[in-house]
Write a protein that binds this ligand. Structure first.
Ligand SMILES: C[S@@+](CC[C@H](N)C(=O)[O-])C[C@H]1O[C@@H](n2cnc3c(N)ncnc32)[C@H](O)[C@@H]1O
Length: 211
């Protein structure tokens, strides 16, 4: 998005809470690949979508620095609502736990350190909302794993589904991550048991509602 337009949007939406601003800053100062962090606009969108969906059981694949987990947690209204978030990079654990413990929403979140593949089967129950944001190569597999665990009327939100516009580029040699996103988008588009829409926000956000 053009910088002037983004600045305009950011100055006309809810402000980024101070604790998240600090987390965003720490992410950039202390971690590799800070671009992966959701940030102000997407964070407010995740919070708003969570408010609208009003889930009790939430699953997040790909915690990174914990920014999106905290935005989703902030949007929870049900007193018993809870998020399970899975991150495979154990070097991030202290950073994430530090920020969760300093947040007023931290007790809404259970952090699992491990691979989605191993951890997901250990989490019981069905989900009202799943945020898919881990390895782009494995999006089709994540979809296959989580769909049976999503309640009827529940939602999946998938991040990066436009993958820097690469999904629509013709004649470009496709890398494994782009291939994963392309296949995921094809599977979802053909799936008659869900309603779906792609929002051209940031790197593309697909909203999927299980019928
Ligand atoms: C794009 S970042 C997540 C960003 C975060 N959700 C946010 O919006 O601020 C993706 C994260 O997924 C993690 N990841 C990748 N493959 C994974 C896997 N198989 N299991 C668990 N985590 C994985 C990466 O280590 C990385 O931290």
């Amino acid at each position: 998005m053009e910088q002037g337009l983004e600045d305009y949007i950011l100055s006309h939406i809810d402000a980024e809470p101070a604790s998240l601003h600090e987390l965003y800053r720490d992410t950039h100062l202390q971690l590799l690949y800070p671009r992966m962090c959701s940030g102000h606009l997407q964070g407010r969108i995740l919070k708003m979508l969570t408010r609208m969906i009003n889930p009790r059981h939430v699953l997040e694949l790909g915690t990174y620095s914990g920014y999106s987990s905290l935005c989703i947690a902030e949007g929870l209204t049900d007193a018993d609502a809870h998020i399970h978030t899975i991150e495979k990079d154990d070097e991030l654990e202290d950073f994430i736990r530090g920020h969760f413990s300093r947040s007023e929403y931290g007790d809404r979140i259970t952090l699992h350190i491990g691979d989605v593949e191993d951890v997901l089967p250990t989490i019981d129950g069905a989900f009202d909302l799943v945020f898919i944001d881990a390895n782009k190569r494995h999006y089709p597999h994540y979809y296959e794993m989580v769909m049976p665990r999503v309640v009827s009327g529940g939602y999946i939100i998938a991040d990066n589904t436009l993958w820097d516009g690469k999904v629509a580029e013709d004649g470009v040699k496709t890398d494994a991550q782009t291939a994963g996103i392309l296949e995921f988008n094809e599977i979802v588009s053909r799936e008659s048991s869900v309603e779906k829409v792609i929002l051209p926000i940031r790197d593309g956000l697909t909203l999927i509602r299980k019928k």
